[in-house]
Write a protein that binds this ligand. Structure first.
Ligand code: NDP
Length: 254
């Protein structure tokens, strides 16, 4: 009997880091489900590339800041997987989707705090909770934090502190899921050239040069610096890495 490929679910896989993770994970022979928020065409292009590699891939629309939609998402996803692979389960969950907020503490509104909380903490917490019954034992979860939990930059108080909460959540998830041999780690990318925050790290020369100047390896990050590390965490070789914060920043702010 043919063995079933492992399956990874990556939120926000249509662009930026999530897209890079999806392609890198597929290169490891793992089938991929990505979610997108608004950019269906970008998601379809990722799916096409993965299928050209010979892996199965599917895309779903999901707003990870809207926990009320998670029930129907998980329902649709598991029905599709059951039909296509004879099991509703996934092996890896990559909680990647997210948006930026740059606002000094004095000017931050309650709505802004709710928005960042919903997408960067509540969404991660409850999507993981909803997926747990559909995760194979011995699988893995990768959460996404940021270098900004260590490096303090004015304007990132809410974002940075909620990413810190995700780092703490990671250790609790690792402890509670250890009995199922599910490993949970969190990566903390430094500033990376994506569309994030209006593409400021990539497109604003002054910001780009400033970040490069305080980075040991002398440049800002690229999506390719990140996806491969997440893909490695989804392999057997990473089986003893658990409950870790792995910073991927080229030595930013050291
Ligand atoms: P991008 O802006 O390039 O991509 C964001 C992705 O998230 C897209 O796929 C987008 O979907 C999706 N998304 C946005 N809002 C929602 C939502 N409400 N519900 C579901 N999906 C959503 O960002 P990055 O790839 O740079 O960032 C990915 C993660 O990495 C985030 O968690 C971010 O905080 C973190 N990070 C980024 C760093 C950076 O410098 N870029 C540094 C450190 C951490 P769609 O295409 O449909 O809009």
């Amino acid at each position: 009997m043919e063995t079933r490929n492992k399956i990874a679910l990556i939120t926000g896989g249509s662009r930026g880091l999530g897209r890079n993770m999806a392609l890198a994970i597929a290169r490891k022979g793992i089938d991929v489900v990505i979610t997108y928020h608004t950019k269906k065409e970008a998601a379809d292009e990722v799916i096409e590339q993965i299928r050209l590699m010979g892996q199965s891939a599917w895309a779903f629309q999901l707003d990870t800041s809207n926990t009320k939609s998670f029930g129907s998402f998980v329902n649709e996803l598991t029905i599709l997987l059951e039909k296509e692979t004879n099991s509703p389960n996934i092996d890896f969950l990559i909680n990647n989707a997210g948006t930026a907020l740059y606002a000094p503490i004095a000017d931050t509104t309650e709505e802004q705090v709710d928005e960042v909380f919903n997408i960067h903490y509540k969404g991660v917490f409850f999507l993981t909770q909803k997926m747990l019954p559909f995760m194979n034992d011995s699988g893995g979860i990768v959460n996404i934090s940021s270098g900004l939990t260590r490096i303090v930059m004015p304007g990132s108080a809410v974002y940075g502190s909620l990413k810190s909460a995700v780092e703490t959540l990671t250790r609790y998830q690792a402890k509670e899921l250890g009995s199922r041999k599910i490993r949970v780690n969190v990566i903390a990318p430094g500033a990376i050239e994506t569309d994030f925050g209006g593409g400021r790290v990539r497109d604003n020369k002054e910001i780009n040069e400033q970040i490069a100047s305080f980075t040991a390896l002398g440049r800002t990050g690229l999506p390719d610096d990140i996806g491969k590390v997440v893909a490695f965490l989804c392999t057997e070789d990473a089986y003893w890495i658990n409950a870790q914060r792995i910073e991927i920043s080229g030595g930013q702010g050291i």
